[in-house]
Design a protein around this ligand. Structure first.
Ligand SMILES: *[C@@H]1O[C@H](CO)[C@@H](O)[C@H](O)[C@H]1NC(C)=O
Ligand SMILES: *[C@@H]1O[C@H](CO)[C@@H](O)[C@H](O)[C@H]1NC(C)=O
Ligand SMILES: *[C@@H]1O[C@H](CO)[C@@H](O)[C@H](O)[C@H]1NC(C)=O
Length: 442
């Protein structure tokens, strides 16, 4: 009897052990087949509801999704004894095993998921141009973005509809909020008149977006040729007195505008251009600015109106002139980034004068004075049209880069056309980098 019991017990243990073995085999088989299906579909199984042929072509976006998934996995340790199909869905995706394994590989990259905050002010006929700018931001960025879109009321629905119509997988890369144009009541009319309609809105962003720490403001005629997080990273290079970053208005004083014509103070030798403006708004709101109106230093919210009153008859470029006056008196507050971060026709129109763009390529293209929409600078228009025509999901090399290179070849009768290898140099790297993000290779 005793012996019988013993044998029974032994066989029980044996059965249990073999069950365990079968179980673990099953888990790893499932995992492998899932990996295979990921390879086939080019996507994590979690998003299998999305059309695979679209997703396969969006490697960079998938990379982002995967990294976002990693964060959600962090707090949960995963083992075979806690099979992944039993984990609560909101803790991890179904591919938790994959994610937790990958996590160790990417952990060294540190806090890589900080969102970049991008603001734009769009009025009048700027809808399409603004959407193309936002598209360029999404295309080359790996980290998530948040858009603050300030627009006239009749554009709100068009913005919302357009952004909501982008593929769902693209939408996972950004969030957005749409705001009405908003000026201090007392002088609303005067502010709206200043420069182009609504452009001076940007001066009030630190006061409107009170909860936002930092912001990248760009004009609607900006195109990103590399990821937004690269310019966002400049915030961490600010020293203790920097609170905003901009590029010089000109590289070449002989054709500079401010140094030849301005009837007001301006920053540095040739002034600054405010089309690409990176701000630490926490610092901006706290700073007391030296000025030429009173002996007292004034805060941002106090300085704008007196400045406008004093200089309104002398300023030509509106709010950019006001920024030039402010940073003329407070030069220690401005971080000046080089011209390839805000590359304009001025940099090539009479010959190439942005040296760093020659070496490193253009990072951010700024088609001011309407050059995306007329015949004056066909090289600038070519870049705009290439990005505008590109459809999400298409191969970026064959459907964006190659058509662009072809159309740039037709612009070599202009100086900017002859400098146009600078337009594609960084873009090429950005495209490669986004496509490299595919963990399973191509
Ligand atoms: C902006 O400046 C504030 C105050 O110095 C600082 O706490 C914050 O980290 C800065 N933000 C960024 C993104 O560097
Ligand atoms: C405006 O320009 C005029 C003419 O150049 C100059 O005399 C005047 O001082 C300027 N006003 C201010 C406030 O700088
Ligand atoms: C920060 O850099 C600016 C030049 O960009 C300089 O004028 C300023 O003195 C620096 N501030 C500190 C605290 O070193």
């Amino acid at each position: 009897m005793r012996c019988y019991l013993h044998a029974f017990f032994l066989s029980l243990v044996f059965t249990f052990l073999s069950l365990l073995y079968v179980f673990s085999q099953l888990a790893s088989t499932l995992e492998q087949s899932e990996q295979r299906s990921l390879k086939e579909h080019g996507i994590p199984a979690r998003s299998s509801r999305d059309p695979p042929q679209l997703l396969r072509k969006l490697p960079g976006l998938e990379g982002l999704r995967q990294r976002e998934g990693l964060d959600r996995c962090k707090s949960e340790s995963v083992s075979y004894w806690n099979p992944y199909w039993r984990l609560p869905a909101d803790v991890c995706g179904v591919n938790c095993l994959l994610e937790s394994r990958e996590r160790s590989g990417s952990a060294s990259k540190g806090n890589t998921n900080e969102r970049s905050h991008l603001a734009v002010v769009a009025c009048g006929p700027r809808l399409e141009e603004t959407l193309t700018m936002l598209k360029s931001a999404v295309l080359f960025s790996k980290k998530p973005l948040h858009f603050y879109i300030f627009a006239e009321d009749d554009l709100h629905n068009s913005f919302r509809d357009a952004l909501d119509s982008w593929p769902r997988i693209v939408q996972t890369k950004f969030t957005f909020a749409i705001y009405p144009i908003n000026f201090p009541k007392e002088n609303a009319k005067e502010w709206k008149k200043l420069f182009k309609p609504c452009a001076s809105q940007r001066l009030f962003l630190p006061l409107i977006l009170k909860e936002v720490d930092s912001l990248l403001y760009v004009d609607t005629d900006i195109l990103f040729l590399q990821s937004v997080e690269n310019i966002w990273a400049l915030l961490s290079q600010f020293n203790s007195t920097h609170l905003a970053a901009m590029a010089p208005e000109h590289e070449e004083p002989r054709i500079g505008w401010y140094n030849r014509f301005a009837r007001h103070p301006f920053y540095g030798k040739t002034g600054i251009n405010s089309g690409v403006m990176l701000m630490n708004m926490t610092r901006l709101r706290n700073k007391y600015f030296k000025n030429d109106m009173t002996a007292v230093e004034l805060q941002w919210e106090e300085i704008l109106m007196p400045l406008l009153q004093k200089y309104k008859l002398n300023i030509t470029w509106g709010d950019q002139d006001l920024l030039n006056i402010i940073f003329h008196h407070n030069p220690e507050s401005l971080y000046v980034f080089p011209c390839q971060w805000n590359y304009r026709p001025d940099h090539c129109i009479y010959g190439s004068n942005c040296q760093l763009a020659e070496q490193e390529g253009v990072f951010i293209l700024h088609g001011n004075r309407g050059v995306y929409h007329d015949d004056k600078q066909p090289a600038f228009r070519a870049v705009y049209q290439a990005i505008q025509k590109y459809q999400f999901g298409e191969n970026m090399e064959t459907s964006l880069l190659q058509p662009l290179e072809r159309s740039l070849q037709a612009t070599t009768h202009t100086y900017c056309g002859r400098a146009s290898h600078q337009f594609t140099k960084r873009l090429k790297q950005s495209i490669m980098s986004v496509e490299q993000d595919v963990p399973w290779g191509r």
